[in-house]
Structures are given as C-alpha cells and as structure tokens.
Ligand binder design. Structure first.
Ligand code: ADQ
Length: 458
C-alpha cells in the first residue's frame, strides 16, 4: 500500500492534541504507513503572509496552512459552524443561511485541495474527515487527482427533507459523489444519505453498499467510530484518576454521583437534562440530599451567538435548581464550565453511579463509550443514553431515553439510581463487550479495508 493521506480541519500536529479518539485513530494509521496529514495550522494570517508549513514527527508529515481572517470567519465560523453544524443536527431553526459564506467555504476546500494534490504520489490513499470538507473530493478531482478518496462524516447526516432546506444541497451532494467511499456513523445516517441520493440524484442501488450516481460508483456504509477502549480502562486506574475520584468523593460525602460530560453545545441536550434533574428532585423526594449531579461542560466555539445564549440558559437553570432544592451541606446540581484531562474524566466516570449522555442529536458520542470503559467491574455505574446518539444503535443495553421527555428522563435517572447490582453488572458486561470489540482500531481497519480495496483494483 502507498502512503495514507489524511485531511481534516484540525490535525494532531500539537502532541497534546493526540489524546482524542479521532486523533489517535488517524495518527496510528499514518505512523504505520509513513503518511501525511493536511489541515489548518490553527493560526490566522494576512493573505500575503499566509504560509504553508511542513513539519515531521515520528515519521508523519504535517502540512498546515493558515487561514485569513475572512476565511476563518466565513468558512469556519459561518458556513461550517453556523450553517452545516445546525442543519446536519436537524436544527434548521438555528441555521444562519449564508451563500456568501458558502463561496468562501468552497474556495477554502479548493485551496487546500490544490495544496494536497500538488504533493500526492501515485498509489497514495486519501482519507478526508468531516463537515468542513464536504466538497474536498470534487475540489481534488478539479485539481487533477483521480485516485480513490475516502470521506468520513463525524456528525449526523439529516433526513432528505431537512437537507433540502440547505440552499446549496444539490451542489454539495453532487460534489460528494466524487468520493469513492463515504463513511457515516450510523445506519440512520446511511439511510438518510442514500435516500437523498436516490430521490434527488437518481442514484441506483447496486447492492452491498454500492451506489451509482453521476456516472460514478460510490461505496456508502455505516462505520461507527469507537474509542481506544483498553487505553481508557487503563486511564481510569491511574494515580491521576484516583486523585480526581478522591477529590469529588470528599465533596460527595457518600452521596450518589450522577455525571454528565459534554462540550457545551446545543446538540448535547443540556437544558433538557437540567430540567429533568429538577423534575427528579420534585417527583422523587428521596433523591433530595442523597444525590449530587455534576455536569462538566467547557464552552466551545464561544464566538458564535447561540453558545453564549446556551451558557446563559444553563446558568439560569442551575441557579434555580440549587436555589429551590439546595441546603447548607448539599449542592444538588454542580455545573463546571471547564475541561478536565482524560485521566481525570476517567476517574470521575468510575466513581459515578449514573452517566447521563442525552444529546438531542449526535453523530456517535464517545463519552458514553468512555463511561462504560471506566467502570469498576465489581460495582459498575449505569449508562443513560439518548436514543438520538449514533451510539444507541450499538449500546442497546444502556437505558435508552428520549431526551425531550424530561418527566420520563427524571424517572429513568431514579430507576438507574436504584438498580440492583446484579442488573448493573449484566448490562455493563454486554456494553463493555461491544465497546471493546468495536474499538477505534476496528473502525479504522474497517474503513481502510474498503478504501484500499479500490486502490488495489486500479
Ligand atoms: P464531539 O461532538 O466533540 O465529537 P464526543 O464524541 O462526545 O463529541 O466527544 C469527543 C471527546 O471530547 C471525548 O473523548 C470526550 O471525552 C471529550 N470531551 C467532551 N467533553 C469534555 C470535557 N468537558 N472535558 C474534557 N474532555 C471532554 C464529534 C461528533 C460526535 C462523534 C465524534 C467522533 O459530534 O458525535 O462521536 O466527533 O467522531
């Protein structure tokens, strides 16, 4: 096999960014093939001084470009994060449609495609990641690359009825048909995307995940992303993890911990989760004084208005719940707007009785898988998982909930808190088996097997 070429908006050029699931998966694949990783440097520069830097680490080459202020604003903040992110999470109400920003988005895809294509060699395999680069396949074809290109979408693909609201939907779908393999997180996403192609692009289903559209064939499959399962289980047993459990243990004073860990994003269902917690203290008085809920949610993309609004809503809800129910020696709902490192999170998950993962919509969600792997097998906690996370298709033995139904969610939290040990162990064993079997290496191999199969037939 030739070199593996990865393209993603952010790369793991900074070693501290190699801890996340995607970074680990891509990094491991690149190291074994002596690959190249293209992306944004993270810097903003004037057009004239905008550079393309190349650096090498452990046999992997990073080729990074700066963005101009305008590119950063229109391509990244506007089109990717204020149009595509909400639409792909089924939130047309939050989309700030903007066709000027689309032009810049397309231009950035083309500019990076040119940088990549100039540096490609025959036999290279290209793997593009996520919604920042939906047009990359098409842009690379324009730049002259005719080898296989794989694409993996980390976020959901919406139903055709929602996708059609995007003014540029035809352009985007047609451009995506230049990819050779398109990977989606779940069966639901795969079915949404292929239904759109059949209904709007006259695609023909050739069976076995192969579709024909616009005179080309595309393999379209669900490849649910996993985590470094054994690595996370180990992280939960480190000294740092234990210190974090001890610190929160002192605050808990023997109470049960219910934990949530998310990026602060409207897709994660945080206001609904807070409402449900308030409801639980209302409907189940026995939980007052005996349960502490901790939500960790560092602000992300704080330049975008909706996130500031979300922050205000959460501050208000947490204040109300603590004002209504709190006591001299008990804070019912703690909300920490900061991030913790992997070992600390693992330690917090391990000591929690319940993990609350209730996004309104999520491509996969890795936190639920991390929660499972961090548990103590002799006394595991219970996972409550939204039926609208991609992970719900795999983790059937979690307590699956509709996050909009806050009354029911309150009841399910109470049920999880009182679940007998035997049932907790049984559910956890089954969840653990899936998370270990379908881990990050399994995901990478599954995708690359399909992509390189095309390379071999050329
Ligand atoms: P995200 O939306 O970022 O990812 P998720 O998969 O849950 O969501 O989390 C990614 C990582 O961030 C996890 O490893 C988690 O531990 C970490 N993280 C989250 N909150 C944190 C906090 N408060 N402090 C420290 N670390 C935190 C996108 C898609 C998901 C998809 C992933 C991978 O939106 O649906 O699962 O990509 O494909």
């Amino acid at each position: 096999m030739g070199r593996l070429i990865a393209i993603s908006n952010r790369t793991a050029a900074d070693p501290s960014a190699r801890a996340g699931g995607l970074a680990v998966a891509v990094w491991e694949s690149l190291k074994s093939s002596g690959g190249v990783w293209f992306g944004w440097s993270g810097d903003i520069a004037e057009r004239q001084s905008r550079s393309v830097q190349s650096l090498k680490d452990d046999g992997v080459e990073f080729v990074l470009t700066d963005l101009t202020e305008r590119e950063h604003d229109q391509y990244y903040l506007q089109y990717a994060n204020s149009v595509l992110w909400p639409v792909f999470h089924y939130r047309l109400d939050l989309a700030a449609f903007n066709s000027d920003a689309f032009q810049v988005y397309a231009a950035v895809n083309q500019r990076i495609a040119n940088i990549v294509t100039e540096r490609l060699r025959d036999g290279d395999t290209v793997w593009v990641h996520d919604y920042h680069f939906l047009l990359m396949g098409d842009s690379m074809r324009r730049a002259g690359w005719d080898g296989p290109i794989g694409f993996f979408l980390h976020i959901p693909f919406p139903p055709p009825e929602v996708f059609r609201a995007l003014p540029e939907h035809q352009w985007i779908a047609r451009a995506m048909c230049n990819y050779s393999v398109i990977g989606l997180q779940s069966e639901q996403d795969r079915s949404n995307f292929t239904r759109y192609l059949i209904e709007d692009c006259k695609a023909v289903d050739r069976g076995d995940g192969v579709y024909e559209a616009f005179n080309t064939t595309i393999k379209i499959e669900a490849y649910p992303i996993g985590i470094d399962a054994e690595g996370f289980a180990e992280a939960a047993k480190t000294e740092k993890a234990k210190e974090a459990s001890d610190r929160i243990g002192r605050f808990l004073g023997g109470r049960n911990l219910v934990i949530g860990v998310d990026r602060m994003d409207y897709s994660k269902g945080l206001p609904e989760r807070f409402e449900a917690v308030g409801r639980m203290f209302d409907d189940y008085p026995e939980t007052r004084g005996s349960v502490s809920v901790t939500q960790i949610a560092p602000p992300s993309r704080s330049k975008v208005d909706e996130y500031r609004e979300l922050r205000r809503t959460l501050d208000g809800l947490a204040g109300r719940i603590n004002g209504d129910y709190g006591d001299l020696d008990w804070i019912p709902l703690r909300y920490l707007a900061r991030s913790y490192d992997r070992e600390e999170l693992a330690g917090l998950f391990r000591i929690a009785r319940v993990g609350l993962v209730t996004p309104l919509r999520d491509g996969m969600n890795l936190v639920c898988k991390e929660f499972v792997m961090a548990q103590d097998e002799a006394d595991p906690g219970v996972l409550i998982l939204s039926e609208f996370a991609g992970a719900a298709e795999q983790l059937k033995d979690a307590l699956l909930v509709n996050p909009h139904d806050t009354r029911k969610l309150a009841e399910v939290i109470q049920h999880a808190l009182t679940m007998p040990l035997e049932e907790r162990v049984e559910r956890w064993k089954s969840l653990r088996e899936t998370v270990v079997e379908q881990d990050i290496a399994w995901w990478r191999k599954k995708f690359l097997k399909d992509l390189t199969a095309l390379q071999d037939t050329r």
